[in-house]
Design a protein around this ligand. Structure first.
Ligand SMILES: [Zn+2]
Ligand SMILES: [Zn+2]
Ligand SMILES: [Zn+2]
Length: 749
């Protein structure tokens, strides 16, 4: 007898065993229909074996796919993700597969076949008869269970659902939420051609540019690795504007020439029409673009075209790492340091960069991680020989912009509204030259903080070395890692000054103030509020590009993926805001932001100038950014991380505890903290502490963080986490079972 292991879209971290009837042959990677808890459910077959389990098994009823929809390599990758990120395989499949081919199902009520029904309807109540008639009228498809309950809300028929089921007249089945369709069906409906023609407006394929000698030098080792067809990973460290994309394009071309495929990951926000157009120009109809704004239909069409091998190059955000590219030769992770590669909620809480490395190693492909400001973790990996380091240190066209760090303490009597006189005049002069300016107001989340206006100091937690958050109603400072809290001091702990002030100005207020300073300038604002509407981002972008705006104002969104050759002045206000965000990565993020901002200024033939207003001009991130000196920054930051044991010198696992009632949520978080301290040691556990936003969607949110050995393997960490969770979930107290525990492995904040 043969057996199959099936994964279901639930958080239960195990697969389920079913019998394989003699009449069925199947390979792992197909979807199957099986009985599960009284309904017929859809699962994905992840393994076929002949080890008879000790418990009684039920048979598979039907197989939904003639051929595997998931490759054997992808099955291995999914299994690794579920172990490494402590989640179920079903949760990974939910993320990896578009809904049209997915395993998410809908429950429907259908009539039991005539032959199996009870002999007479006499014993049925009026409500039961009405319901049965209604269900039967729908034939094989039946009624959706949810729809039926809505239709008869508050009436006897709702209760009749259960009683009719019990009496053997109706049954509940699961069918795929989106109808399972063959590719042929999709093509017949014309959806396939339609999506391709709208997606690819450029018919002519442009040849790629020849590489400069410096780019050639970076490309050569990648080229050699591609020829060997063995796994190898590279860190391509190139300053902004040095032509990393040219190197990617050449590498992808080589992959295509040998008949193989490529995946390019870009941060979601960088998926501007501009980026996409650049790839389209070179790869034309061979390119598939994936992004989160696509409809299910568009996503499915792209997925099928990739699976059929018609699209061989895929560009997309983090979930594109699951694209069904066959014969994968290369994965590029552009801006590898970007936070959008980490999925926070729901599970799987994976990091697309690390999944990319694992997928490349499973498929014997090449992985290129590119960045102007590599994450400290990736940099450390290159130092240890995990990745081969390649560098592009110069811009082939134009020069690096000048960066001026302006210490706010020295400008007290030289301010024009929110701007130092220097920045004010620079913008005015750029207006006179009919050039454009960007003003970036750095804001991160809703964290508010206290800062000393004399020395710029932001109070830090003595235990965790992260900034403390200001809680106005209680006039308290609180650490969101350890929970350490105290009243706001009356004097600065660094310089003794009494000028401790809450900080944080909004973009709207700034827009008004700038309009007063430059009454004739056209100002456009780009932030979360102004771009929540679809396409608003693109509209503002186009306006600035066409020169219809003089000043573009916004949050750190502006720093990514935008390219305006006519922008010659960039001002950054409240630059150290990044440091006030309570995270061990705060300095790294500040440096990345500074570097990206500098990359926005003067990319064409005109020199750019970046003005950074800050109270913390002596901070290492500013010092390094002023000289475009990544090495200086990474050397300093590495030492800081080492001293306080943060990644890459440990791995962070954050447990999120969420519940409706504050008291039980906190109790459970405390029990978790205790269990962790008991098994992992006092010094490796931070918290429990309230999350940055303690109350969200009517739930209380606390967290506990665990530091684990950076060398620890998933095969060691998984059973440890499992034991902790079981111990805490095993405590039976009133209200505890409704408090949820989520585990975030390799948490980035
Ligand atoms: Zn001070
Ligand atoms: Zn702390
Ligand atoms: Zn304290």
């Amino acid at each position: 007898m043969r057996f199959a292991e099936l994964a279901f879209p639930t958080a239960v971290r195990q697969t389920f065993t079913y019998q394989l009837p003699e009449s069925l042959t199947l390979e792992p990677g197909v979807r199957a229909w099986v009985p599960l808890r009284g309904v017929h459910a859809i699962g994905l077959v992840v393994k076929v074996h002949d080890t008879k389990p000790s418990f009684k098994t039920q048979p598979i009823i039907n197989v939904l796919d003639p051929n595997p929809i998931v490759s054997q390599e992808m099955l291995r990758l999914v299994e690794w993700i579920s172990t490494f990120y402590f989640c179920s395989q079903g949760e990974v499949f939910q993320t990896a597969l578009p809904s049209a081919v997915g395993i998410v199902a809908e429950e429907r009520l259908i009539g039991v076949p005539e032959a199996k029904r009870p002999l007479s309807q006499e014993a049925l109540s009026a409500a039961e008869k009405t319901l049965l008639e209604d269900v039967d009228s729908k034939g094989e498809e039946g009624w959706s269970l949810a729809g039926l309950k809505r239709k008869y809300r508050g009436r006897q028929e709702v209760k009749a659902i259960a009683s009719l089921k019990k009496k053997g007249w109706v049954q509940v089945i699961q069918i795929p939420k989106t109808k399972v369709r063959s590719l042929e069906e999709v093509i017949q409906n014309g959806e396939y051609a339609e999506s391709l023609s709208t997606g690819h407006s450029h018919q002519t394929v442009h040849p790629i540019h020849p590489l400069t000698p410096a780019q050639e030098q970076a490309f050569e080792p990648i080229q050699k690795a591609l020829q060997k067809e063995h796994y190898q990973s590279f860190l391509l460290h190139g300053v902004t504007g040095s032509g990393k994309t040219e190197v990617y394009l050449h590498a992808i071309h080589q992959a295509l020439e040998s008949g193989k495929g490529a995946i390019v990951l870009v941060p979601e926000i960088a998926l501007t029409p501009q980026t996409v157009a650049r790839f389209e120009r070179h790869f034309g109809p061979k390119l598939a673009v994936l992004h989160s704004r696509q409809t299910d239909k568009e996503k499915a069409a792209a997925w099928f075209s990739i699976q059929r091998g018609e699209s061989k190059v895929v560009v997309g955000p983090r979930s594109a790492i699951f694209a069904p590219v066959e014969d994968l030769a290369i994965i590029v992770v552009d801006e590898e340091h970007d936070t959008s590669y980490k999925q926070y909620d729901p599970a799987p809480r994976y990091h697309a960069r690390d999944v990319a490395l694992m997928r490349a190693s499973i498929e014997q492909a090449v992985c290129v991680l590119g960045s102007a400001t590599p994450s400290i973790t990736t940099w450390e990996g290159a130092q240890q020989g995990k990745h081969t380091l390649l560098s592009l240190t110069e811009r082939p066209f134009g020069s690096m912009p000048k960066v001026s760090i302006l210490p706010m303490q020295s400008y007290r009597s030289a301010m024009n509204g929110p701007l130092t006189v220097e920045l004010y005049s620079a913008i005015e002069e750029s207006l006179e030259r009919q050039e454009q300016s960007i003003v970036l107001l750095n804001r991160r989340g809703s964290a508010s903080y206290i800062q000393c206006s004399s020395c710029g100091h932001i109070p830090e937690c003595p235990q965790c070395s992260v900034s403390m958050t200001y809680h106005k109603p209680k006039n308290m400072l609180l650490c969101h890692y350890s929970g350490h809290a105290h009243r706001v001091p009356t004097r600065c702990e660094s310089c003794g000054s009494e000028q401790l002030e809450p900080k944080g100005m909004g973009t709207q207020q700034l827009e008004e103030e700038l309009q007063i300073l430059y009454p004739y300038a056209v100002i456009r604002r780009m932030d979360r509020d102004s771009t929540s509407k679809k396409d608003e981002h693109a509209a503002i972008y186009e306006a600035v590009k066409k020169g219809e705006a003089d000043i573009l104002l916004g949050t750190q969104m502006l720093a990514k993926g935008l390219d305006f050759p006519n922008v010659t002045v960039v001002g950054v206000l409240q630059a150290e805001n990044e440091l006030a965000f309570p995270s061990w990565r705060a300095s790294e993020r500040l440096y990345q932001l500074m570097s990206q901002v500098a990359g926005r200024a003067g990319r064409a033939d005109r020199p750019g100038h970046v003005y950074v207003q800050t109270y913390l001009a002596d901070h290492e991130a500013f010092k390094a950014a002023e000289k475009h000196d990544y090495m200086r920054f990474v050397t300093h930051e590495r030492a800081v991380r080492h001293a306080s044991t943060y990644p890459p010198f440990c791995r962070m696992v954050t447990f999120h505890v969420k519940g409706r009632q504050a008291a039980t949520t906190i109790e459970k978080a405390q029990a978790l903290g205790q269990a962790l301290r008991q098994h992992a040691g006092e010094s490796n556990v931070l918290g429990p502490a309230p999350a940055l936003i303690e109350r969200i969607q009517n739930r209380t949110h606390w967290q506990v963080s665990l530091k684990v050995d950076p060398q620890s393997k998933a095969s060691q960490l998984y059973p440890f986490l499992d034991r902790i969770i079981q111990q805490v979930e095993g405590i039976k107290k009133q209200g505890w079972s409704s408090v949820r525990l989520n585990v975030d492995v390799d948490a980035v904040d």
